[in-house]
Design a binder for this molecule. Structure first.
Ligand SMILES: Cc1cc2nc3c(=O)[nH]c(=O)nc-3n(C[C@H](O)[C@H](O)[C@H](O)COP(=O)(O)O)c2cc1C
Length: 142
């Protein structure tokens, strides 16, 4: 069964809300999903994933240090050809998702368009996150 792994950092739960909605959308397509806060994530879970979504809010013009460390530690896992998504909540700038994209691209992942929500996602934004999750699932089901 196709597998999507979603790993996120969050401080005030906005990026977490996005992550939960992405998983909800993916599940409607009947794929296997794993959803973990980066503090509880194990990089080995990514080895047999078909798609990986990494989320981080923007803090002080950067992604959360815990997410950055997790991404750097992935260098010994073969991620090439896997589908990637970066996502996160922000206030006024986009460094976190830009940097996630850069790192995952350097691992030869095939990135889809990133998903950004300003501050707390409302109903519309959560629906968008569900749609992206479902599209990601469809992409890896093919
Ligand atoms: C101390 C602090 C620093 C922040 N720095 C940035 C920043 O540099 N750029 C930005 O776009 N938003 C910044 N924000 C806003 C957060 O990205 C925003 O509140 C986001 O929704 C937090 O996501 P989370 O709930 O997943 O932690 C900052 C917020 C705080 C409290």
């Amino acid at each position: 069964m196709p597998k999507l792994v979603i790993i996120y950092g969050t401080s005030m739960h906005n990026t977490e809300r996005m992550a939960v909605a992405i998983e909800e959308g993916a599940k409607t397509e009947g794929i296997e999903t794993v959803l973990k806060n980066v503090n509880e994530a194990n990089k080995n879970e990514l080895a047999d994933a078909d798609a990986v979504a990494i989320g981080s809010p923007n803090y002080n013009h950067a992604m959360m240090p815990t997410v950055k460390k997790f991404l750097k530690d992935l260098s010994d896992i073969d991620l090439s050809g896997k589908v990637g998504l970066s996502f996160g909540s922000y206030g006024w700038s986009f460094e976190a998702t830009d940097d996630i994209n850069k790192i995952l691209t350097s691992y030869n992942m095939e990135m889809v368009k990133d998903l950004l929500v300003k501050r707390m996602p409302g109903d519309e934004e959560l629906e968008l996150c569900r749609r992206v999750g479902s599209l990601l699932a469809c992409k890896i089901k093919k």
